[in-house]
Design a protein around this ligand. Structure first.
Ligand code: ADP
Length: 426
């Protein structure tokens, strides 16, 4: 029971991000949408937690122009069993429209591999990616805060001779743990959160591997051309540019190979050119460089020293595996591939901590009962130890294909096959 005697003073309020996605055909001014959403929140006397907020049906301006409204980043509070009530919160409303342009590619390296792709952000392709990535260590929030601080320091003109910071992030860990996706979705998030400061936002994905294709003589030219292009983008101060360099360990490998004489020494020049270009870029305030590496041990390249934040992204823990499989199953239920034919119309799978509470307070449950299903899902998550996030997201598909009768959409049989499939994959 809460007595809202006096509202919290403005400075004590918790800033909660609210993301408002406009409809693709809407031509409304984002400023007007923002004001309308702020008014809507003023009227809304509820508590705040992550997730969608229904667009009010009695507000024709919002229903015409807004696709969805979501509250973000309150999980930390909720996990600490603090409830955020409306009078404690100051919503920071970010309005955006997704770009549907798709990636632009460059294939000037010949007709074999393109050396980079570029996207206008926020892009439709990366919509929902951030939310779909599950790490239980607060990794995502840490990255977001880091990047936000870096951009703020830049914006406020902090002198880099006095306080030094970089805008280079390195994510390393085993393949399939979501590093590339995390980089892309981080760029997408930042493009939404900083759209009042930067009117445009671009992501350039450089394929380090293809830069070091066997046509080394071309590589030098490619690097020069690529960075010239990025430099052109960066010159526009109101554009925020993300450069994603995937699999940076191939730079080290190229250098190593050159030293041992098994590759033309051209490659060493290319690696050095790339590092020099990156150093040049670093001085531009509106660039964030995101890099990934599949090598889990220390990466012995000059590059690593340049990164400010080095985060290890490991295989999913039990809780993360459960949550990944839960989101897969919920999607199969949503689309009707699985049907739950008990009296409750729509089966909602509990999150990990709710499930543990439920298991403490009741017995095993009968086959066909929801609790039995939840336990089976937990069993599948336990079986999947060692599988990457990528392998986990494929598992429900493999299980479906392995069903004796694919038209049978009984969740309990499906989960049984899922456990068997998991055992096989492990
Ligand atoms: P990496 O770059 O580490 O090899 P990717 O970014 O290519 O990994 O990951 C591929 C896909 O695997 C992701 O798009 C996502 O669907 C899934 N995935 C990987 N890790 C996770 C995770 N922790 N939570 C949810 N999905 C994940």
């Amino acid at each position: 029971f809460v007595t809202a005697s006096s509202p919290a003073p403005e400075e004590d309020k918790v800033l909660v991000s609210v993301e408002v996605c406009m409809k693709s055909l809407s031509t409304a001014r984002s400023e007007d949408v923002r004001k309308a959403v702020e008014r809507m929140f003023e009227k809304r006397n509820l508590s705040y937690y992550d997730g969608p907020v229904p667009v009010p049906t009695d507000d024709s301006f919002l229903t015409e122009n807004v696709e969805r409204i979501s509250i973000c980043d309150t999980d930390e509070w909720v996990e600490n069993h603090k409830i955020l009530l409306f009078w404690q919160v100051k919503p920071a409303v970010h309005v955006f429209q997704l770009s549907e342009e798709g990636p632009g590619e460059d294939s000037s390296g010949g007709d074999v591999l393109s050396s980079f792709s570029e996207w206008l952000l926020p892009a439709k392709e990366f919509d929902g990616l951030w939310e779909s990535l599950i790490y239980e260590t607060g990794l995502k929030q840490r990255l977001l805060r880091y990047a936000a601080s870096a951009l703020l320091f830049t914006e406020k003109g902090v002198d880099p001779c006095l306080v030094s910071w970089n805008r280079i992030i390195l994510l390393h860990g085993p393949p399939g743990t979501g590093k590339t996706s995390l980089c892309k979705s981080l760029a997408q998030k930042l493009s939404i959160r900083f759209n009042s400061r930067y009117s445009a936002c671009q992501l350039v994905e450089v394929n380090a591997h293809s830069l070091f294709s066997k046509w080394f003589s071309e590589s030098g030219k490619l690097v020069a051309k690529l960075f010239q292009k990025i430099q052109d983008m960066v010159e526009e101060e109101s554009t925020l540019v993300f450069v994603l360099i995937d699999e940076v360990e191939s730079l080290a490998a190229a250098r190593q190979a050159a030293l041992s004489g098994s590759e033309p020494s051209d490659s060493i020049r290319v690696v050095n050119a790339l590092l020099t270009q990156m150093d040049k870029l670093k001085s531009s305030p509106n660039v964030i460089i995101l890099t990934t590496s599949n090598i889990t041990a220390a990466i012995d390249i000059a590059f690593v020293d340049r990164a400010d934040i080095k985060a290890y992204v490991g295989p999913p823990t039990l809780q993360a595996r459960y949550e990944i499989l839960r989101s897969c199953l919920q999607e199969l239920l949503r689309t009707g591939i699985l049907k739950y034919s008990q009296d409750c119309e729509y089966l909602v799978l509990p999150n990990y901590s709710t499930l543990l509470d439920k298991l403490h307070s009741s017995d095993m449950g009968e086959p066909g009962e929801p609790l039995f299903l939840f336990k089976k899902l937990l069993e599948a998550a336990e079986t999947c130890q060692g599988l990457s996030g990528r392998a986990l997201r494929k598992l429900p598909f493999l299980a479906h294909a392995a069903l004796a009768n694919p038209n049978c959409c009984d969740p309990s049989k499906f989960l049984h096959t899922l456990v068997e499939t998991a055992q096989r994959e492990v």
